[in-house]
Design a protein around this ligand. Sequence first.
Ligand SMILES: Nc1nc2c(ncn2[C@@H]2O[C@H](COP(=O)(O)OP(=O)(O)OP(=O)(O)O)[C@@H](O)[C@H]2O)c(=O)[nH]1
Ligand SMILES: [Mg+2]
Length: 299
Amino acid sequence: MASHSDMQPAIIAIMGSTGVGKSSFINTVTKNHRLPVGHALDSCTKEIQEVRLKWGEKQKPVVLVDTPGFNDSSMSDTEVLRLIAKYLVTTHKAGTKLTGVIYMHRIADSKVEGGTRRNFRMFQQLCGSKHLRQVVIVTTWWDKVDGIVALARERQLCEGETLFRPMLAAGAKMMRHEMRLDEGFSSAQAVLNHLLQLNPTDLNIQTQLVKEKRSLPVTDAGSVINHDLIRDARRCLDSLAAVQEELDKTKDATAKQTLEEERRELQEEKKAIRKQIKTLSKNLNERFVLWRILSSMGL
Ligand SMILES: Nc1nc2c(ncn2[C@@H]2O[C@H](COP(=O)(O)OP(=O)(O)OP(=O)(O)O)[C@@H](O)[C@H]2O)c(=O)[nH]1
Ligand SMILES: [Mg+2]
């Protein structure tokens, strides 16, 4: 007879940059095309979506959680983190732990952009340093790169000092999701089978938000964005001051016009930073923490 824990759904969350193939992976596992996938440069998934299925001979209930991608064209990383955090808090409050977390990375990307690095750092902080066995870094898009190049890239990603190595050294696993064979079903199956042997656990961000009652901007994951927000704000304000100084000095009409255009762009950037602060901090207490830091800089 199936035990209680066999009947508890195993929750597996899938995260990563936009377009890496999170929704496609879920469609492959379920062998249907329920989730919309991206077709253009625009990012596709806008909400957290749960897909329920029964897995394997024992018909184990599994919930795959599709998340909007980071580096999205229409949603800031702050908004994405907030959606994920909200889902994780609800899950935690319902007394359900996560069995696994998948972080997807496209092997076809010839270099790892700054945004991807930052998102991975955020992901690392979201998981925390305990229980990293629950984490699988899944590489996708193997069909779009020459085999030898892809293998070298994979080695570099595992062994390079900065990116995945610390997490792998602490217990996370790296696996491939390859479409070439059976449209990717067997590689997706291997990822799921690996995760389903593990015991469910809490993630760092859940502990910090629920047990420690921290606000999102001061969780470890939120701080990664804060750090960058503060850096971006500082850069924007410094540039604005420099442009203003030039404008005050210059007499040349064409130069004045160019500087005015530059000032307009920087003011737009400043507005966008303010908007991000609002999104990251939904309640007054959270906003206060961020405003205190940024207003001391003059934003
Ligand atoms: N060639 C190739 N295409 C892939 C692979 N995985 C996904 N795609 C394609 O990449 C596009 C984006 O895939 P999605 O599954 O929507 O990616 P996502 O990670 O869910 O993206 P967001 O929802 O925007 O975060 C789709 O056109 C997929 O068909 C892969 O391994 N190889
Ligand atoms: Mg998607």
